[in-house]
Design a protein around this ligand. Structure first.
Ligand code: C2E
Ligand code: CA
Ligand code: CA
Length: 770
């Protein structure tokens, strides 16, 4: 019987084989020497099988002998004479994960639970790789007793089909990853691994193109050093395979990296890692724009075969879907989080950012401020000039806000003419400061459609966590304070808590007017006499600054001194105080009041100023007093702060001026910390004087301060003496000088001159009497 196998399908062939098997089995059963007969007939089968390319096996269920045909063996890489004819051969070659399942199927078939036997399994090839096998069999029944005698079957190599299936499944997985929005880098890795599995030895890479630069996308099997080297390269006509393909938009197949001129400049990146050929397919979006490149590498020089070329193209297409998706997502992100008209953050972005900083602020126990800005009378602009004008105005306002704020301040347009600014790490003044600057910036006139417009806005300020703990609470607080600002007459800001607004307003006014006051010397000085306890005579004065502002009234020195520090005006202010006070001393001398000295308060910051000692020197010389007639009062904190102070202290001492520690005892300085400084006098703080008559502890403290001070050679002056009892107590404790309302409040020069007259008479009398 001759059969032409070439034109038949595999399933037809299998049917044919099965038919032949049945036929043969029937014949064999009739013969005595069944087994031998079968084996002889097997030759006929094998002839038949050769065309079908199937392996044949025959398992004698009684002897457990198994016959494996030469094709069966070669399918797994073995020669005709290799492998034993027993069940172990199969058992050793089948994939352990598949073995039990196959044996179960055999069992089911043998006991009649299944009508047919057909199973797919993986078997080990001699080379080590796996071969997918489709195994089919039929049972040969002995006619004599009707018992199963043999199981006869075929093996078909279905590896190719199975790999295609696996590939299709993985491909589907990747599409799903794209669809569910997995990150691009995860998907790039999956794509690379997918194609690498299909072509053993191949390594794949995906690069994204951004403004002519190649950026690493994914290459799980390429060494990091290589990926890093390529990342950031600029593409061009001769920049390897991918740099070139992204530049030309054409496929670039480099057979040998070592010799190809396109790799000349960058081959040293690839060669050390073994790569020898590289094929690159540009990745394009649906409009044909190049988004990146897909690269395939082997460690040997080669050009792609048909399958590889096919895969290169489809891989690039797949990666293209990912890249395009990402770009679209980025665009959507930008659209959703940016306000189209102004380019500021949108309401969505604002909500997101606020949620984030709420979290971080809570974690670090920090505050942040929210400025809720609303344009005043924006509707009128829209109504009278039209919506285009309104839009233009909003754009201008947005620009002004951006220019007014720091980079870290978050500015958003919430919609319409409402803007919000989030300011992190702030004190009350800072938020008010920003609000103030915004008011000023927005109020600049705008020329629009040849009409001059002066926009204005109102601002509500709310704080996290004081005024609200989440988005809605904070917006509500901001809105409420905005309403207050509008109610109060627009073009202003308001805090959620009214008193903060007043405080900030006041500080602004102080700040605004102080510079001018200092420059125009609108401050004045008062002098508080300092008294020697034993004679009860004035021996000197402390000069104290006063500022009377026509609207603000009398501004307390603590307020304007601190503000002067803040706005960098403390030095000119102090110089003015020094010149005025020392000048006054000279004037009194001229009036005949001698042996007096002047104490001037010096801000601690000046003790960090290298020029300070020379300033003092200049003043003394200009005014014409002896250095010992001037005492500088400085608070204890100077002693603590900075070693640099020491040299300035020394310079001043060398100059011969006196130094006093002001408010002594109030801070933390100890006598020990004073020992490096050559001070002349300690001014015991009013706090101790206040309490010493009623509080024993205060009394103990003050008495030991006096005692210790004297032992260390300091003069002692007690401040804030208001009652005769205090004076008596101080006297008994050995305090030699006092200052306080008991003798005089700080007073103007006329008053002081009147105080000085009797003293001078007494002194004169003592001089003439002696
Ligand atoms: P200070 O240096 O401790 O000045 C003493 C303050 O106590 C003065 O307040 C004075 O008026 C007040 N005082 C004096 N005797 C009594 C008293 O018996 N009872 C009470 N209740 N108060 C008394 P003032 O003038 O308001 O000055 C406050 C602070 O401002 C000063 O404290 C000083 O630190 C600062 N200051 C004033 N003028 C200047 C200045 O020109 N430069 C600098 N850097 N600071 C100044
Ligand atoms: Ca003082
Ligand atoms: Ca003081």
């Amino acid at each position: 019987m001759t059969i032409n196998y070439t034109n038949r399908s595999k399933s037809q062939l299998l049917e044919e084989i099965q038919r032949l098997h049945t036929e043969l089995a029937a014949v064999n059963l009739m013969t005595e020497k069944r087994t031998t007969a079968l084996y002889i007939s097997e030759e006929r089968f094998s002839l038949a099988m050769r065309g079908a390319n199937d392996g044949l096996w025959d398992w004698n269920l009684e002897s457990d002998e198994v016959y494996y045909s030469p094709r069966w063996k070669s399918m797994l890489g073995y020669g005709e004479n290799e492998l034993d004819n027993d069940l172990n051969t199969w058992a050793n070659l089948v994939h352990p994960d598949d073995k039990d399942r196959v044996l179960e199927k055999v069992q089911d078939y043998l006991v009649g639970e299944a009508d047919s036997f057909e199973v797919e399994m993986r078997m080990h090839h001699k080379d080590g790789h796996e071969v997918y096998v489709l195994s089919r069999a039929f049972l040969v029944i002995r006619e004599s007793d009707g018992k199963p005698a043999r199981l006869v079957g075929t093996h078909v190599d279905i590896t190719e089909r199975k790999l295609a299936e696996v590939f299709d499944n993985k491909n589907a997985d990747i599409l799903e990853m794209i669809a569910i929005g997995r990150s691009a880098s995860d998907i790039y890795d999956a794509i690379a691994l997918l194609y690498e599995a299909r072509h053993p030895g191949m390594r794949c890479s995906m690069l994204e193109l951004e403004h002519n630069k190649l950026l690493h996308g994914g290459a799980p099997s390429l060494p990091k050093a290589y990926c890093d080297a390529v990342n950031g390269l600029e593409n061009g006509p001769n920049v390897g395979s991918c740099g070139t393909s992204t530049f030309t938009g054409q496929r670039v197949l480099v057979e040998n990296i070592e010799t190809d001129p396109k790799w000349e400049k960058i081959k040293h990146y690839a060669l050390p890692h073994g790569m020898r050929c590289c094929w690159s397919e540009p990745i394009k979006d649906s409009s044909g724009k190049v988004l990146g490149a897909f690269g395939m590498y082997y460690n040997h020089p080669a050009l792609p075969n048909e399958a590889e070329l096919h895969d290169l193209i489809s891989a690039a297409r797949l990666a293209g879907i990912v890249m395009e998706r990402d770009q679209t997502q980025k665009r959507i992100q930008i659209l959703a989080y940016t306000d189209e008209l102004t380019g500021l953050a949108s309401r969505a972005a604002f909500s997101q950012h606020l949620a984030e900083i709420t979290k971080t602020s809570a974690r670090h126990n920090r505050r942040f401020g929210l400025l809720y800005i609303d344009l005043d009378d924006f509707k009128a602009v829209n109504d009278s000039l039209g919506h285009d004008a309104g839009d233009l105005l909003l754009k201008t306002i947005a620009k002004r806000l951006v220019n007014t704020c720091r980079e870290i301040d978050f500015i958003a347009r919430l919609g319409g003419d409402e803007f919000c600014i989030l300011i992190e790490e702030v004190d009350n003044d800072y938020a008010a400061n920003v609000a103030k600057r915004c008011l000023d910036a927005i109020a600049q006139p705008i020329e629009m459609y040849s009409r001059k417009l002066t926009p204005a806005c109102s601002i509500g300020i709310a704080y996290y966590p004081d005024d609200g703990k989440d988005l809605s609470e904070l917006l509500k607080a901001g809105d409420t304070s905005l309403y207050t600002a509008k109610e109060n007459g627009k073009n202003q800001y308001a805090f959620y808590k009214a008193e903060l607004t007043q405080q900030a307003e006041y500080r602004f006014h102080v700040e605004q007017n102080l510079r001018e006051a200092i420059e125009k010397q609108q401050l004045s000085l008062v002098y508080q006499p300092q008294i020697a306890v034993n004679t009860e005579e004035i021996f000197g004065f402390e000069a104290l600054s006063r500022w009377h502002h026509p609207e603000l009234g009398q501004v307390p020195p603590i307020d304007f001194i601190a503000t002067a520090e803040k706005i960098g005006m403390i030095k000119p202010l102090t110089e003015w105080v020094l010149r005025t006070a020392c000048g006054q001393l000279v004037a009194w001398k001229k009036e005949g009041f001698h042996s007096l000295r002047m104490a001037v308060n010096i801000s601690p910051s000046l003790f960090l100023d290298k020029e300070f000692a020379s300033l003092i020197k200049r003043v003394i010389e200009d005014v014409g007093i002896a250095p010992s007639e001037l005492e500088l009062e400085v608070t204890e904190c100077v002693v603590q702060t900075d070693p640099r102070n020491l040299s300035i202290f020394q310079d001043l001492k060398d100059l011969g001026v006196l130094l006093a520690i002001d408010d002594f005892g109030k801070g933390y300085s100890s006598f020990a910390s004073l020992k490096h400084l050559k001070v002349d006098c300690l001014k015991i703080d009013k706090y101790f004087v206040d309490d010493m008559l009623v509080d024993n502890q205060a009394l103990t403290l003050i008495s030991s301060m006096i005692e210790m001070g004297h032992k260390l050679g300091y003069g002692i002056i007690a401040e804030g003496v208001e009652k005769p009892e205090q004076l008596n107590m101080l006297r008994s404790l050995g305090c030699e000088k006092v200052q306080g309302y008991l003798f005089s409040t700080p007073a103007n020069t006329d008053t002081i001159s009147k105080l000085l007259v009797p003293r001078q008479r007494k002194l004169d009398k003592m001089a003439s009497g002696a």
